[in-house]
Ligand binder design. Structure first.
Ligand code: DGP
Length: 114
């Protein structure tokens, strides 16, 4: 599984994206194919392919991503009405193999997602 994905290129500034948040550990940008009025992708700068590839040393980074996601949702005016999604693996609809959290909101969200 190659580490060089489009998200890796965005993280390194080699590809354009509509960036809404960045810090030393992660960055977030608008999804090119939004599934809702607000659809942001939050990625670690470290190229972890899938969530299941994360290791014990990534614990702090994973916690950081969760807290940053709540900040972004607040920044986007979503209040407490949003969903975080991690597609893990091809059979779970992961298409870009650089770990990312989908932050989705801005419309009523049904459950189960399908
Ligand atoms: P997933 O299926 O969980 O791997 O999600 C990948 C998401 O990435 C999908 O919602 C579409 C989005 N996407 C694919 N290519 C690009 C791109 O070049 N730029 C941006 N901003 N989003 C992309």
């Amino acid at each position: 599984m190659s580490e060089d994905t489009i998200f890796g290129k965005i993280a390194r500034g080699e590809m354009d994206a509509n960036i809404v948040y960045e810090d030393d550990l992660c960055l977030a940008f608008r999804d090119l194919y939004p599934a809702a009025p607000m659809h942001i992708l939050l990625i670690p700068r470290k190229p972890i392919p899938r969530l299941c590839d994360a290791v014990e040393d990534d614990k702090e980074l994973l916690g950081h991503l969760m807290l940053v996601a709540t900040k972004i949702a607040e920044q986007e005016g979503l209040g407490d009405a949003y969903r975080l999604v991690v597609n893990n693996g091809e059979k779970a609809s992961q298409s870009v193999f650089h770990l990312h959290l989908h932050i989705i909101g801005g419309r009523p969200l049904q459950w189960p997602p399908g």
